[in-house]
Design a protein. Structure first.
Length: 664
């Protein structure tokens, strides 16, 4: 997420003759809200019917009767608008006639105007009632549309292959889609505002045409300049938003690092606050520069539209007076024309304003639609075989290359683990241990080669059925904001009830943690601001291990399972692992080689290839990477001043709270 700043001076470095001082700048990796075609006025106008259909289509999926009623109300409101304007002519005709009204005739004229006044009052009263009905429908439907859009997004994301998240742009598209789902709430409200403006415009324009045909084109000339200015202003606003989007993402990213609890101690101990705030101001200055340019451009367009519209409006009034003076329009019709003129002007302005807002919301909804399509292209499409708990899990000449990577993470790797065995995967960082464990669990499908469960390819298995026999303890486990019970059962209770939960917690050491909490298994494990109890990193890891021990899984994958545990807790886990593995295939990924002594077989990986394989004593005695790593760790541990009561070297605990991904 850095970008070379071309304005920086070059310096000589070991990597090359010149280098540039790189600054934090978000570089989007795929299409989305950051990369779009040029927005034009014609595009906005052409898109309007599509957006209306899209808004009504979303509403139709939720409540067809409500959408039908909404359309009927809008049509009726337009009819009543025209009917009311016609009634105004009758009222004015009865009241002022030819313009010569004697005092003694006022009572008679009022009586003559009463029927038209009643019609006018009824028309506008009914129109107001329809407006209330439309608002009620829109208010009820809008949040349901958002929820439906969010549910579809969640369904699409959870049904995609895990490898989709490794594709450039997928996570970015997902973030943009989330904004699009939120924007769907506004889509229906803005759509009905546009429809109301169209209905009012058609009604008033029709009345103006009936009063005198020359008024309509003149009216269009009077309102189009300001409409043009409004559309241009929205274009400028949108382009500025797109131009600053990358800067805003970078700003949010930096702000997250400044505010997160994980960095708070380092910011203070390193006295970084002023430096970080300075960086934040620098990014903010780039945003301000773009916004200032946009504001000046919007003001120029608005001024041009106002001047042109004012001149054109003067022409309309001049034409209206000319028609009156020449006798080609009655005084009552002129009065109606004045009201219709204001109605048309208001409707046109509303159409432009609401239409541009609808267009803007539609852009974000496009991001939602794009992600749904992208997720569908990554949808899990495998076999239908529902396997039993596996007796042997095998990788045969497996190669896996992450999307966008220039070389494979694994290259022609073959391993196997049998029921009752513990297979340990060791190696330095980036050797492919975690990738291989995900392939064995069927979370990834190999680029080449084959992973099988009891000689059946994972590609042929029903993934949900296979994962029902899988338990995973990942390096970065999730801290679900749920009760302690739900954090272990993960919403899938066993017939044994709480007894099974507590048994798993006892094996992982989580029982002690749960016993100390205010409500036992019913304690909410969440941040204090959500009314929960905050556990330490080691306590959370015990809960995460209990999840795996709780599942009746045939394959257990443990990826650095004790990274946050103290030595006593770690010893407890590994001391009981042999008994746990009796009826399971266990895959253990760890850097701490003292822990792999329990394994039946150890596979040593280096740059995606298997370079050694064997038992603990065999590998420790043979020349190679395993012995080298063992000696390095032994040297460190032998220099430690203390040992634990169990005799195991004291292990430093890892960070209590692993960082989560900062928001975009």
């Amino acid at each position: 997420m850095t970008h070379s700043d071309s304005s920086s001076s070059g310096t000589t470095t070991p990597q090359g003759p010149t280098s540039h001082n790189e600054t934090l700048r978000y570089i989007p990796s795929g299409s989305g809200v950051f990369e779009r075609n040029q927005v034009t006025t014609g595009m906005m106008i052409r898109r309007l019917p599509h957006l209306l259909r899209q808004a009504l289509g979303l509403g139709w999926r939720i409540d067809r009767r409500a959408v039908t009623l909404l359309l009927a109300c809008q049509a009726a409101a337009g009819f009543l608008e025209a009917f009311g304007l016609v009634a105004i002519t009758g009222v004015l005709g009865a009241l002022i006639g030819d313009g010569n009204v004697a005092a003694e005739d006022i009572d008679d004229r009022l009586r003559d105007a009463l029927p038209s006044l009643a019609v006018l009052a009824a028309a506008f009263g009914a129109r107001a009632a329809l407006g209330i009905t439309v608002t009620n429908i829109s208010t009820r439907l809008a949040p349901r549309m958002t929820r439906e859009a969010q549910l579809e997004l969640l369904r699409a994301a959870t049904r995609a292959e895990l490898s989709a998240y490794d594709n450039p742009g997928f996570s970015e598209q997902q973030e943009a889609a989330n904004r699009g789902a939120e924007a769907s709430r506004d889509l229906l409200i803005e759509a009905q505002d546009v429809m109301a403006s169209i209905a009012s415009l058609v009604a008033a324009a029709g009345v103006m045409t009936v009063l005198h045909p020359v008024l309509l084109p003149l009216l269009a000339l009077a309102t189009l300049p300001q409409g043009w200015a409004s559309i241009r202003g929205v274009r400028v606003h949108y382009e500025a938003s797109r131009a600053t989007a990358a800067h805003r993402v970078a700003s949010n990213h930096l702000r997250w690092h400044i505010l997160t609890k994980q960095a708070a101690d380092q910011i203070r101990a390193s006295t970084m606050a002023d430096y970080l705030l300075g960086r934040y101001r620098t990014i903010g200055a780039r945003i301000d520069e773009q916004i200032d340019k946009a504001a000046h451009s919007e003001a120029r367009y608005a001024l041009t539209g106002a001047v042109a519209g004012g001149i054109a409006t003067a022409g309309v009034w001049a034409a209206l007076l000319g028609l009156l003076a020449s006798g080609r329009m009655s005084l009552a019709a002129a009065g109606t024309a004045v009201v219709a003129l204001r109605t048309v002007s208001t409707s046109l302005h509303g159409l432009v304003g609401y239409g541009t807002r609808l267009f803007r919301s539609g852009l974000y909804l496009d991001d939602w639609s794009r992600f749904i399509a992208a997720a569908a292209s990554h949808r899990i499409k495998r076999g239908t075989i529902s396997p039993p708990s596996p007796d042997v899990v095998r990788a045969e000449s497996v190669t896996y290359q992450y999307p966008g990577a220039d070389k494979p993470a694994l290259d022609a790797v073959s391993v196997e683990v049998h029921r009752g065995e513990i297979l340990a995967l060791v190696g330095e960082n980036g050797s492919g241990k975690t990738t291989l464990s995900r392939l064995l669990a069927g979370l990834y499908l190999p680029t080449a080669g084959e992973v099988t469960w009891d000689n059946i390819s994972t590609l042929a298995l029903d993934p949900e059925a296979a994962w029902a026999h899988t338990a995973l303890i990942p390096q970065n486990f999730t801290r679900w904001p749920m009760t302690a019970r739900a954090n272990i059962t993960l919403g899938q209770p066993l017939p044994g009830g709480d007894a099974s939960v507590l048994e798993a917690a006892e094996h992982s050491g989580a029982a002690e943690v749960i016993a100390e909490q205010r409500s036992g298994l019913d304690t909410l494990l969440a941040n204090h601001e959500f009314g929960g109890v905050e556990l330490s990193g080691g306590q959370w890891q015990r809960v995460a291990i209990a999840r795996a021990f709780y599942r009746p899984a045939g394959l257990l994958v443990m990826d650095e399972p004790t990274s946050a545990l103290d030595a006593r807790a770690e010893h407890r886990i590994f001391a009981g692992l042999r008994d746990y593995a009796k009826n399971r295939c266990v895959v253990l990924v760890t850097h701490r080689l003292t822990n792999v002594a329990i394994a039946d077989r150890i596979v040593v990986l280096d740059h995606g290839r298997v370079i050694q394989s064997g038992g603990f004593e065999e590998l420790r005695a043979a020349p190679g990477l395993f012995r080298e790593l063992w000696q390095l760790q032994s040297d460190l541990e032998s220099s430690a001043p203390k040992t634990t009561p169990t005799g195991l070297p004291q292990q430093n605990s890892r960070p209590a709270e692993p960082e989560t991904t900062p928001p975009s």
